[in-house]
Design a protein around this ligand. Structure first.
Ligand SMILES: O=C(O)CCC(=O)C(=O)O
Length: 274
C-alpha cells in the first residue's frame, strides 16, 4: 500500500514578492493567471437554470428555422448558435453580464473589456463537432502576454462530465508561444468537470478542446469571449440589439462605444473636448 501523500510545506525562503488573494474571486483570478483556467459558480438558482435551459432550446429552434438546418450543416455550423443575445430572450443578456464573471474579468484584464462574442454550443451525442479540436480562442495567434487580453466564460447549461465530452484543457499553455507536442498533450491534458450553472473561465490563449460525447444526450453550453476593446468583435453587436432596452453599462460591455469611425470627420466628432 502506498503511504499517504504528505502535505505541501508551508515554509519558504528567498521570497521577496508574493501573491496574497484576499477572497474567493481573487483566488479564481490567481489560478487563471497561473494555470489558465478555473471553474466558477454563477450563483443562479435551480428555477433560473430551468429558465435559461428553456430559453436556449427555444432560441436554438428559431435560429435553425431562420438559417436552415441544411445550410448550417454544410458549413459545420449546425451545433452553434451565433450571437444568441441579439435574439428576443433576455436570458442571454444575463449570462453575458453575470456579476461574478465580470468581477473576475475586472481583476484579470487591465483596463476596459468588451464582449467579443457569445455562442450557444451543442456537443452532440456520438459525433464530433466544431469545437472538438485543440485551439486557442484567439486562433492563429502565437504570443505570450503578461496579463490576459481575452478570456472565455463557458456557461454549462448541463452538467459537464467525462462521459458527455466535457472540456479538455492544457494547463499553462497561455504561457508558451507554441502548440505543444503530442507527447506533452498525452501527459498533461486535463478533462474538467463542472455542474450545470457553473462557468469554465479560461484564458483564451490556453489550448482547450471539447471532448467526445459518449452519452445519448446533447451537452449544451454558452460561450462568451471578452477582450480588450482593441479586438474587433466576431459579429458587431451594436445595431443588432433592437430587441432589448440596454443600460449604459450593457451598451459599454457590448462594445457600442468602441466602433471604429468610418471618416476623419467622425473621428474628430467623437473626440471629447478636454
Ligand atoms: O464545447 C466545449 O467543451 C469547448 C468549447 C470551446 O472550445 C470554446 O468555446 O472555445
Amino acid at each position: 500500500m502506498k503511504p499517504p501523500a504528505s502535505l505541501p510545506p508551508e515554509a519558504h525562503y528567498g521570497v521577496l514578492l508574493r501573491d496574497q488573494p484576499a477572497c474567493e474571486l481573487d483566488e479564481i483570478a490567481d489560478q487563471i493567471r497561473r494555470l489558465g483556467y478555473a471553474v466558477v459558480d454563477s450563483g443562479y438558482s435551480a428555477a433560473e437554470l430551468n429558465r435559461l435551459s428553456a430559453a436556449f432550446n427555444q432560441t436554438r429552434q428559431q435560429y435553425v428555422q431562420a438559417w436552415g438546418a441544411d445550410r448550417l450543416r454544410n458549413i459545420n455550423e449546425l451545433h452553434t448558435i451565433r450571437a444568441p443575445l441579439t435574439q428576443a430572450d433576455p436570458a442571454f443578456l444575463e449570462l453575458a453580464g453575470n456579476p461574478r464573471i465580470l468581477d473576475v474579468l475586472g481583476r484579470l484584464i487591465v483596463g476596459k473589456f468588451i464582449l467579443n462574442q457569445q455562442n450557444g454550443i451543442i456537443n452532440p451525442p456520438g459525433e464530433t463537432y466544431n469545437q472538438a479540436a485543440w485551439h486557442r480562442d484567439l486562433p492563429y495567434q502565437h504570443f505570450v502576454s503578461s496579463s490576459p487580453l481575452a478570456l472565455n466564460a463557458l456557461f454549462c447549461l448541463d452538467d459537464f462530465t467525462r462521459e458527455n465530452g466535457s472540456t479538455f484543457v492544457l494547463p499553462a499553455t497561455h504561457k508558451s508561444i507554441n502548440y505543444p507536442s503530442a507527447a506533452y498533450i498525452e501527459k498533461h491534458a486535463v478533462q474538467l468537470e463542472a455542474k450545470a450553472g457553473q462557468y469554465l473561465l479560461l484564458d483564451c490563449m490556453m489550448f482547450h478542446s471539447g471532448g467526445f460525447n459518449r452519452t445519448h444526450k446533447e451537452r449544451r453550453a454558452v460561450n462568451h469571449v471578452y477582450t480588450i476593446p482593441y479586438f474587433k468583435q466576431q459579429i458587431k453587436l451594436a445595431g443588432l440589439m433592437h430587441h432589448h432596452e440596454l443600460t449604459p453599462a450593457q451598451r459599454e460591455l457590448f462594445g457600442f462605444g468602441y466602433q471604429e469611425p468610418v471618416t476623419i470627420e467622425q473621428y474628430l466628432e467623437n473626440r471629447k473636448a478636454p
